[in-house]
Each structure stands twice: as C-alpha cells, then as structure tokens.
Design a binder for this molecule. Sequence first.
Ligand code: NDP
Length: 215
Amino acid sequence: MLPAELTLIVAATRTMGIGRNGTLPWMGLKKEMAYFARVTKRLLPATASAPATMNAVVMGRKTWDSIPPRFRPLKGRLNIVVSRSHGDQQPSLNSEPASAPEEGPVRVASLEQALEYLKTSADAAKIGRAFVIGGAQIYDAALRLPEARRVLLTRVMTDFECDTFFPLKLDESQDSGWVRRSKDELDTWTGEMVPEGVQEENGTQYEFEMWERVD
Ligand code: NDP
C-alpha cells in the first residue's frame, strides 16, 4: 500500500527535549526502546491485494550517525536517511536494489524525496506505514508537510538537560491543531495493549501518548 501519511515517533521531556550531545539525554529505557521497535515494525492487517512486507523509518543523517553501527540499518524496516550531501542524485540503496532493503539505507536529499520514494519507487508496493524517527531537523521538516498526521509521543516526566528539542509543544491547554487520542485509540492504532499510565525504568518516568492533527 502507499503510505499516504507520516507518523512521527519521539520521546521528549516536558519541555520537549529530545537530545543532548548528539545522543539521547537518558540511558537505559529498554522497554521504551522495545515499544519503539515493536510499533515501527508491526504491519497493518493485509487489506491490499499485495500486502506490505515492511514499514519504513525516515531519519536525519545525525540520527543515523547516533545509532551504533551494529544496530543499523534498523532491522525489519526500510531505513531512509536524509542528508543534503546525498545531492540531487536519484535515491539509492547502499548496496542491493529493492529486493533487499535491509542491506543498507535508502539515501535521499530531502524529506520530499523520501516521500516520493515511498510513493513511487519499486519498493512502494511493499511498504506499509511510514515513521519519521528524528531528529529535530527532520521532525521540523515533517511537521510542515500535510502528510504528517500523527505523533506517537513518549512523554518523559523526569527532567533531563537537553540541547535538541521537538519543534512542537503538544499540550491540551493550547490550540495547536493537535489533539491527544485515548488509550483505546492508541491501542487500536499500534495493534497492541500499550502499557497504561506512568511507566518507570531506572528512575525515569514516562507515559505513552498519541496525538493527531485535527486541521
Ligand atoms: P537530525 O537527525 O535531524 O539530522 C540532521 C541532518 O539531517 C542535517 O545535518 C542534514 O544532514 C539532514 N537534514 C536536515 N534537514 C534537511 C533538509 N531539509 N534537507 C536535507 N537534509 C536535511 O539531527 P538533529 O541534530 O536535529 O537531531 C539529532 C538529535 O536528536 C540527537 O541528539 C539524537 O539522539 C536525538 N534524537 C532523539 C530522538 C528521541 O525520540 N528522543 C529521536 C531521534 C533523534 P547533512 O548535514 O548530512 O546534510
């Protein structure tokens, strides 16, 4: 199916801090990272005649760099990396073509080019959901696109010093054009019983939320 919409997935503090010194501000949130992996990997029930075989994750070059080499490309997902250094060349896989998208990331020069790839490349029919996984620059570019419909936010309640911030404050008291969806809606969308309420790992508290654009 064609991914007509983008879902941003992010963990952010109450001040929307997401990063520090090129890495995450917190350590050891294994269950939170497992949630990210499950949700970004899980395929929708097949509705099309040619069911999707893989979701896509789109990220900025700095986020790609922040992933330890042994963990990238992120397994079981088509990885797309955005960098201006990828120039005007056609989007390209590192190694093998579309039949083996886990071999290397698709390299594109803009988020628009990433969307184009998702919609029109030889891989398009195989791609299910498309997630934007950071960092701040790529979230910012995504939020400017009408395709960005949803944010899966892990709200980190413990304070951490950050130098990189998610560019949108998701707050019910503000008329931001975004609304928080219920736990049932989050469960339905993700296809799992998402842990409810405040979670705690290694002294860090957080909660899983889903926000959708209403304009
Ligand atoms: P990004 O990951 O957004 O990558 C930025 C790079 O992407 C740029 O340097 C450029 O690459 C490329 N880029 C950005 N905008 C464009 C554009 N419009 N067109 C083409 N290429 C573009 O970097 P950030 O510094 O914003 O975020 C990284 C930080 O975020 C890290 O600390 C990371 O750990 C954190 N993070 C946190 C997450 C969370 O959920 N808490 C999730 C993901 C990241 P180039 O310079 O090669 O041209």
